[in-house]
Design a protein around this ligand. Structure first.
Ligand code: PLP
Length: 312
């Protein structure tokens, strides 16, 4: 028998990583006090977290979570379409749509699942998906899952994106980009990409995991900061586990798109709805993120301080 053994093969891949000193290390945090983490008894300042506005441990969010948990319990008990969609979910979807200036919004349990679900619902064989080289892994995986042709352009290069689109003028096309890139914090050339999509008849999708709550008037995100509206970028995805300090994600856009995603996005249809108490806590987070602009100003000051210090 010449059949390869799967467990041996993955162990060999693991050994390769170890040999090249590329193994990631799992650390258990013993206590968390905002960005201060205790590891092996040492108190350390974390630069790897995404709690940009300091909401993850906010008293008002804890209070909203416990109040909603006493009313709704812990679990949603079912998928959204099967009785799991509770009043806090509906209220949160409405608040997210209003905040981002979209007609409607649809919740997903994680950002990863949101991107897989949207790309798989919109794209299929023979279609084209054009993506920035530095896009988040789940946008790449979503295009793979959809079975479309995936073309990646050089980072933040709208002309590169234009060449990719021009190469397949007859294919239905989605251009997907991070709004704010997760590793360097730079912002995609959104106005140029929106103009390109309009010219080429392609649909623009923006993953604003790191822009929502951080950029734009009211913290409405990188598209709002660029002065772009729903018609310019019909597919807006953002997460609830970063600046909002909770967990989960949503897609917002035209009502017809959102209604169709509720039917066709398999990672929405075939999975348990997020716990309703988390939706209630997130609703509080949205209100605080919108109202307390000083949190954004403080973040901007800290970013400038870090950049200046790093340069020096
Ligand atoms: C974190 C992140 C995601 C995934 O979101 P989760 O809710 O953590 O699954 C997707 N896209 C980008 C750009 C991200 O930074």
């Amino acid at each position: 028998m010449t059949r390869p053994d799967l467990l041996q093969r993955i162990a060999a891949a693991q050994a390769d990583l170890a040999r090249d000193h590329l193994l990631r290390r799992l650390r258990t945090v013993e206590a968390a006090d905002g960005p201060w983490l205790t590891l092996d008894g040492r108190r350390l300042l974390s630069f790897a977290g995404n709690d940009y506005l300091g909401l993850a441990q906010h008293p008002a969010l804890r209070e909203a979570l416990t109040t909603a948990a006493s009313q709704w319990g812990v679990g949603a008990t079912a998928a959204h379409l099967l009785g799991g969609h509770r009043a806090p979910h509906a209220a949160l979807e409405a608040a997210l749509a209003a905040w981002t200036g979209r007609e409607k919004a649809l919740l997903f349990s994680t950002g990863y699942m949101a991107n897989l679900g949207v790309l798989d619902a919109l794209l299929g064989e023979g279609d084209l998906c054009v993506q920035d080289r530095l896009n988040h892994a789940c946008l790449i995986d979503g295009a793979r899952l959809a079975g479309c042709e995936l073309k990646r352009y050089p980072h933040a290069d709208a002309d590169g994106a234009a060449r990719q689109l021009a190469g397949a003028p007859d294919a239905a096309a989605l251009l997907a980009t991070d709004g704010v890139f997760s590793m360097d914090g730079d912002v995609a050339p959104l106005a140029a990409l929106a103009a390109l999509c309009r010219r080429e008849g392609a649909t623009l999708m923006v993953d604003d995991a790191h822009g929502l709550g951080v950029l734009g008037p009211d913290g409405a995100g990188s598209l709002a900061a660029a002065g772009l509206a729903q018609a310019d970028a019909p597919v807006l995805m953002a997460t609830l586990g970063k600046a909002l300090g909770v967990a989960g994600a949503f897609v917002a856009g035209p009502a017809a798109l959102i209604d169709a995603l509720a039917q066709f996005a398999r990672t929405h249809v075939y999975t348990t709805a997020m716990p309703p108490a988390l939706a209630a806590a997130t609703l509080r987070a949205v209100a605080i993120a919108r109202a307390e602009g000083e949190r954004r100003e403080r973040l901007a000051r800290l970013i400038a301080l870090f950049r200046d210090g790093a340069r020096a």
